[in-house]
Unconditional design. Structure first.
Length: 371
């Protein structure tokens, strides 16, 4: 299992999930307010947890398993329908979203049960968090039938319960959940990050396609792409491979994988999604100083991504990564002080911030190699 890599059916699964995440971007872009942000992040948390749960269950399966392929294909159909409902998940399509999403989560449990039957996962650990999954899904479906305010409350409780399931197991029981196929596991999360970055590029292009193409718009688009490249560089230039190697030699690989990938990568993905929304709003507002929602999404999304990566690094290699923390603070300073800036100037400052960070971290990595 150690040398196992991502299979074609898993890549198809990822693409369907990225469609759902694209719909979260649309949900937030349509209502760029604090309540809209909270609702979008709630839906993102649910979607992310379903995807991450399947990574664990698939990691415990034989890659050639017909059960794995059939389950992923069926779950892909359900999550695609869930994605279609996301823009109206807090309105007329709440029940459709909740029931199809619940179906995906129950399929995950069935896949894990099959892995347990094959001796690849511990049934007592699975049964421990299966209770919280079922309870969370009951609350999700029930909330879809109630008023909007009650729905938000019940869905938030459902998400908390679902996330708390694995964390609620004793560390000993969680350690014994399964043997982690490290190469497959790290690759799955890395691929999802890069697919989400690709979605942000698509969002920039689609937003620009609806505007009159002039010099200022071209500048905003090019700078937005430069920021995306900077986010990619931060994750994939050396540290992704280093993180995989650390997980391979970690004394508690299951616990480290759960904390660093399943939980902390949600912050990274949320940062990418919020940044993509910020770029969409910035492109719409080209030619004028950006309003607070657009500035906050653009700057705050980058800052959130940097903080998430710093936490990821701290959990795996016990290094805080102060340059990322300082770069995140600089990004939020641009938000606070940039009320009079036009989109291109704001994007230029954020791109410059990431450029400096990449140079600093690159030199730091070279010094570690030389030492």
């Amino acid at each position: 299992m150690e040398d196992r890599r991502t299979g074609p059916v898993e890549l198809l699964w990822d693409l369907v999930f990225v469609f759902a995440i694209t719909q979260v971007t649309t949900l937030l872009a349509n209502k760029p307010s604090w309540p809209g942000f909270a609702r979008a992040m709630l839906v993102l948390a649910l979607i992310w947890w379903a995807w991450s749960a399947f990574v664990w269950a698939a990691n415990a399966q034989d890659p050639g398993s017909g059960v794995l392929r059939a389950t992923l294909l069926l779950a892909s159909l359900l999550i695609f329908v869930s994605g279609l409902a996301i823009p109206h998940a807090f309105g007329a399509k709440a029940a459709l979203f909740a029931t199809t999403y619940a179906g995906v989560r129950l399929l995950h449990l069935a896949l894990y049960a099959d892995a347990s039957r094959r001796g690849n996962a511990d049934w007592s650990a699975i049964a421990g968090f299966a209770v919280t999954v079922v309870l969370g899904m009951v609350l999700l479906v029930l909330g879809s039938l109630l008023s909007e305010s009650a729905r938000v409350i019940l869905w938030a409780i459902a998400a908390v319960i679902d996330y708390a399931g694995p964390a609620g197991l004793t560390r000993r029981r969680l350690r014994g959940l399964q043997r982690v196929a490290v190469a497959h596991f790290a690759e799955r999360y890395s691929l999802f990050v890069i697919i989400c970055l690709g979605e942000s590029i698509a969002a920039i292009g689609l937003a620009a396609n609806r505007q009159a193409l002039d010099g200022e718009l071209v500048a905003v688009v090019v700078l937005g792409l430069a920021i995306t490249v900077g986010l990619w560089w931060i994750y994939f230039d050396r540290f992704a491979a280093r993180a995989e190697q650390r997980l391979r030699t970690h004394e508690d690989p299951v616990l480290a994988a759960s904390d660093a990938y399943s939980y902390l990568h949600l912050v990274l993905v949320a940062g990418i999604i919020v940044f993509a929304v910020g770029m969409r709003l910035a492109i719409r507002g080209t030619g004028h100083p950006l309003g607070e929602p657009a500035r906050l999404a653009l700057c705050g999304g980058v800052a959130l991504y940097l903080v998430g990566h710093a936490a990821f690094r701290l959990r795996l290699v016990r290094e805080l990564g102060w340059p990322k923390v300082l770069a995140a603070a600089a990004a939020m300073s641009v938000f606070a002080l940039g009320a009079s800036l036009r989109a291109w100037a704001l994007a230029a400052l954020i791109a410059g911030d990431l450029g400096v960070l990449c140079v600093v971290e690159g030199r730091g990595a070279e010094r570690r190699i030389d030492a």
